[in-house]
Design a protein around this ligand. Structure first.
Ligand SMILES: [Zn+2]
Ligand SMILES: [Zn+2]
Length: 422
């Protein structure tokens, strides 16, 4: 696959890098943390994850939990509404080609929502400067693994004025339509400036294909909390605002955060069939049956753009808003364990995580890696980051040359498939 279509000049380096990282996710030969139980003295190796931004299901699940944990610490106590904007078919590829355009859409939408909120506040007699806020999640995919950039916004159902939160009523159908119309009017010039850009390399050609996938819309899952049908459509856009959570429903808000920040693939939905094909269960109970070629193709086109934040904050929740400090609680910083010795060269400066890694692991899979089955506590002895050292240790432990366990069914699909680009 990666060698495919030299006509378009091959795939860019970052695509190769993404695949290389994914194939090494959880592979002990690429390094590990060596931990030892303080009670029974048994040693355990914990593999590193790839942290790739694309489809890696285990890293995606961990990232969603990390985002959820962070957001639940900083989001103010308020009722939240989820606003979901899907783009017209004709705009998907232009947005994939120039992701900044999606930022324009995002800005126009948040401004239209904030404007509506301020007007409502004034109508209800609230004076003073009122400000709304929003968290925006960009999702690059649909639940059928098509390339379908769209936005999920979590918007507090009210405004802040002088540090006080003023709760406001839910949007009516008419108001929702007015918000969409305002967004479209504001974004129009940007859309008009869009020609139909041409794919410049094999990856873009593949993305173009991904953006043209036909699919079942209305496949958004339902959540607890309040949900009703509140949809506006215009010029091929559709804006859903039917899902909301009450201010006391923090669990519901956490679910919405995790949903917004999730990756494209849930490992539990993917299985390998007896005939060698893959089955992917989509949300509405529809099963996609894919050959390994087709699956790899879909995974590749879902890699999000480089240097593009998938989560962003707006209005009073944005990092440069003066009122932010009075609105968002300060996250507590978790106590970090003392730094363990690091072997294997200079590449070993891990970024300080928001949640400590073991806590995140426990949250995602319900397994505490620092807890030994004997009941004792595990302690980090060393972090091995060099492949050579890692392999040497594994050989000494008799763990090589046995192949390492692979985290996903894709293990059987070779990384280099020679596919025709049809
Ligand atoms: Zn033990
Ligand atoms: Zn991974």
């Amino acid at each position: 696959m990666l060698a495919a279509s030299e006509v378009h000049g091959g795939f860019p380096k970052r695509v190769h890098e993404e695949v290389r990282r994914f194939l090494g996710c959880g592979d002990l030969r690429r390094g590990f943390t060596l931990a030892k139980c303080e009670a029974c003295k048994e040693a355990t190796l914990i593999a590193f994850s790839c942290k790739a931004r694309g489809w890696c299901p285990s890293c995606g699940a961990r990232r969603a939990h990390e985002a959820e944990a962070h957001l639940m610490e900083v989001l103010p106590k308020a009722g939240f509404r989820q606003w979901t904007l899907s783009l017209p078919f004709a705009l998907r590829w232009p947005v994939v080609k120039a992701p900044k355009l999606l930022r324009v859409v995002e800005r126009c939408l948040t401004r239209a929502i904030f404007r509506w909120l301020r007007r409502q506040a004034r109508r209800l007699g609230y004076g003073g400067k009122a400000q709304g806020g929003a968290v925006c999640f960009v999702q690059w995919f649909s639940s059928t693994l098509a390339l379908q950039p769209h936005l999920h916004l979590l918007v507090p159902e009210g405004v802040w004025s002088g540090g006080v939160f003023l709760e406001l009523p839910r949007p009516t159908q008419q108001e929702l339509e007015a918000v969409l119309a305002r967004m479209l009017a504001q974004a129009k010039r940007t859309f008009e400036a869009l020609g139909t850009p041409w794919p410049e390399d094999a990856f873009e050609a593949l993305q173009l294909q991904g953006a043209q996938e036909r699919l079942n819309l209305n496949d958004e899952p339902t959540f607890g909390g309040h949900r009703d049908r509140l949809v506006a459509v215009g010029e091929g856009f559709s804006l859903h605002a039917g899902t909301a959570v009450h201010q006391n429903d923090r669990a519901g808000l956490a679910r919405l955060c995790r949903y917004g920040a999730r990756g494209p693939i849930a490992e539990s939905r993917l299985s390998r069939r007896d005939d060698g094909k893959y089955a992917y269960e989509t949300k509405k109970g529809v099963t996609l049956v894919l050959s390994s070629d087709q699956l790899v193709r879909r995974l590749l086109w879902l890699i999000p753009p480089a240097r593009f934040h998938l989560t962003s904050f707006h209005g009073v929740l944005s990092s440069h808003a003066a009122a932010r400090a009075s609105v968002m609680p300060t996250p507590s910083s978790p106590a970090q364990p003392p730094a363990p010795p690091v072997t294997g060269g200079p590449a070993a400066k891990p970024k300080r995580p928001r949640l400590d890694w073991a806590a995140l692991h426990a949250r995602t899979w319900g397994v505490d890696v620092w807890q030994c089955p004997c009941g004792g506590k595990r302690k980090v002895m060393a972090i091995v980051t060099s492949r050579r050292t890692a392999e040497e240790i594994l050989r000494n432990l008799g763990l090589l040359p046995a192949p390492p366990p692979r985290p996903v069914a894709l293990a059987n699909a070779p990384p280099q498939l020679d596919l025709p680009m049809t």
